[in-house]
Design a binder for this molecule. Sequence first.
Ligand SMILES: Cc1cc2nc3c(=O)[nH]c(=O)nc-3n(C[C@H](O)[C@H](O)[C@H](O)COP(=O)(O)OP(=O)(O)OC[C@H]3O[C@@H](n4cnc5c(N)ncnc54)[C@H](O)[C@@H]3O)c2cc1C
Length: 329
Amino acid sequence: MQIFHPDDPGYDDERSGFQTGLRHEPQIIFAVENADDVREAVEYAESRGLGHAVQATGHGLTTPTSGVLISTKRMNGVEVDPATRTARAEAGAVWQDVIERAAPHGLAPLSGDASDVGVVGYTLGGGFGVLVREFGLAKDRVRRTEEVADVVTALEFELLEIDQVHAGSMIFEARYAEAVFDALHAWDLPAHVTPTLATLGDVVRVTFASTRPFDVGHLRVAPRLSEDVGPRPFAEAAGKPLPPHSYQGDNVLVSDLPLDALQEVRRLAGRSTVPIFIGVLPLGGALGASHVVKLISPRLGVEELHEEVFAVLRPWVIGRTPNFRYAVG
Ligand SMILES: Cc1cc2nc3c(=O)[nH]c(=O)nc-3n(C[C@H](O)[C@H](O)[C@H](O)COP(=O)(O)OP(=O)(O)OC[C@H]3O[C@@H](n4cnc5c(N)ncnc54)[C@H](O)[C@@H]3O)c2cc1C
């Protein structure tokens, strides 16, 4: 195991992750390779009264630590057992590692829209996959958790018999956003289809995924910059890695999302002096909330602007999910 202190070469690389706007400021980093290393790191922290934090990829960094950082990225073993349809992933494994090993067996995990997100962090936060409405949350498929203190050293979880999915996206110019939001809201959504709606600067994007075919005709309410929906291997629905960048974001879980409130969120976010991108994920009652509404900006220091927009949804807010909280304490 390598250990890094602030003046050591490699210290900055080791503490850096996907989030470039914020970094851990640890007095020591344990670049762990197995459960014994994790135990040593936790004992080091406890014996000195220091706090400790875990980082696999840095996608979900919220509060930086000044104590001990346990960097798990070298601990990335994944085993797939086709007989029991399970996978065991170590603390630093990312979804791509699982998808690649599961696919040859016609199996897939309940991963999300970015294949370079860490399996453990994603799953501990719930795990809203691209097929969440069809198969539920990733956390509900966990069979066994291996832990040292509060650090998960490996997870064993179910894989599903998924080979091909019907998936893809429609992209519209942002000036059609109101009509697209209306159409998505009016969709009598089949329980097996998981759509997402996102504003991304000059465009509005709707993505879809299901193991079964579905009709998206009623969403063609405006010209599309691109449209690509059809059967494809699961891995293609699992998202391409983005380059590291600076971002801050939060979310609310709502019991209902009336159209007026959704459109008001869109209007307020669109008028903001700092870009605020909206993400809407319809869940359905079985998951305990009707939607997750996310706000994300390409810089830090925007919590108050986000809260002003979230205020529109206050009558329906029932919580927040730890996933989709970025650079917020
Ligand atoms: C581009 C992008 C796309 C995303 N897409 C989705 C999506 O589709 N669905 C979804 O549900 N979420 C999604 N997320 C959110 C993501 O699941 C969370 O941010 C998650 O926390 C990331 O985990 P990580 O290990 O990659 O990140 P890290 O920043 O390394 O870890 C995040 C946190 O997870 C905890 N953690 C990580 N490893 C361990 C461990 N071994 N033991 C104990 N705690 C641990 C720690 O609290 C840590 O601070 C996305 C995030 C981004 C940035």
